[in-house]
Design a protein around this ligand. Sequence first.
Ligand code: PHE
Length: 460
Amino acid sequence: MSRQREHWGSRLGFILAAAGSAIGLGSLWKFPYITGQNGGGAFVLIYLLCMLLVCFPLFIGELVIGRATAKTPVAAFSILSGKHSSWKGAGWLAIGATLIVFSYYAVVAGWALNYTLLSLSQFTKGRTPEEIASVFTLLASSGSINVLWQALFLLLTAGVVYGGVREGIERWAKILTPALFLILIALAIYSMTLPGFKEAARFLFVPDTARLTAHGILEALGLSFFTASLGFGIILTYGSYMRPIDDIPKTSLIVLLMTLAVALIAGIMIFPIIFSFGFEPQAGPGLVFITLPILFAKLPGTLVLSTAFFLLLVFTALTSTVSLLENLSASCMELFSWPRHRSVWIVTLLVFIMGLPSSLAASGKLFSAWPAMFGADFFVTISSLVDRWFLPISGLLISLFVGWAMPKEMRDAEFLKGTTWGRFLKPWLFLIRWLVPAMILLLIFQATGMIDVDALFNRS
Ligand code: PHE
């Protein structure tokens, strides 16, 4: 059953595909509103540190496991730890997280498609801000429209992954990732000309520690995990297609710096618009879909501005869903020996069905008693389940595995292969053995309520 494993065609191809996975709704949708809610500059600084000190070592760790085994998560853990080892559970956890995130991510991505079409049809023309805002409520509560966009987005994703690693994922990443950079930079330059730019820059880049809570620090850590696509085994799978000549530490740093840059440029683009109109930055998840369309309507060039922005969201979301689907399909190919096309369609169908409760969450058509029981609708419940539990636990297991359990010689050899940064092996080991697990444990303890970091640091 040993099919020849596919490989990336070039270093650039891998970088663009991995950056495409990492850059997504996390950077363009979550980062701005969470930064808004956490007071700006100081939060951004902590996010930056989390990316460099926690995500960077872990990113290398996932790639090391992936390239060393040339397998997807479940098989990779079982090869490295013996068939009956319980480490295999770490692989399943990563797969579970991928499945859940994919199910609801496709729904949000579908909203971006919907808003692209809305922008093209100039939906804000002649409408009051309240009416523009109400379009989102209308969309969220309309079950069938949500399902339509969700299905369409999944089909787009399947179309890319169907083509395989080089012909599908890499080829499209080479088009979509540079395109999203271009659109983003053009929009950011536009925003820099707005009167609110100065205030926005101060908000984003001047740290005001008084506004930072210990809780905010953990939130930055969780966000950095999500935006770096860590804890899903996705980077591991992408690593399994790397060639021995590829430089793991250096490419990891490049990918993370690109992700960071996008989040920051997204901030530079969004906040001046918000401040120019005297809005508050802490609008919450509706920031991108409610606040921005209202503001786009007040600016010159609404049609182009709004369409370009939502198209940008579609592109970024697509390169991310591609990585989610690849992780699942490649796992099926390996575990059940299915051919690629069968794996892709079966997984797509499964994710579509699993996403229905999220799609229908706000319409009350399915699980209508859910909000009363859980205090939040289905969509919100499962997304916080993954963010608060699956990802940190999975990240913890991966760091412990790489740091302590994986065969030492193999790990070190994999880090050193193809790199000129051999001198960083020791510092990397220190981070992945101690700092990464310690930070993640703190996150988990806070989530369980075992400690209250705010009280610990005497802030209320
Ligand atoms: N990193 C992506 C983002 O920021 C989210 C994602 C997570 C994508 C995991 C794929 C896998 O939006």
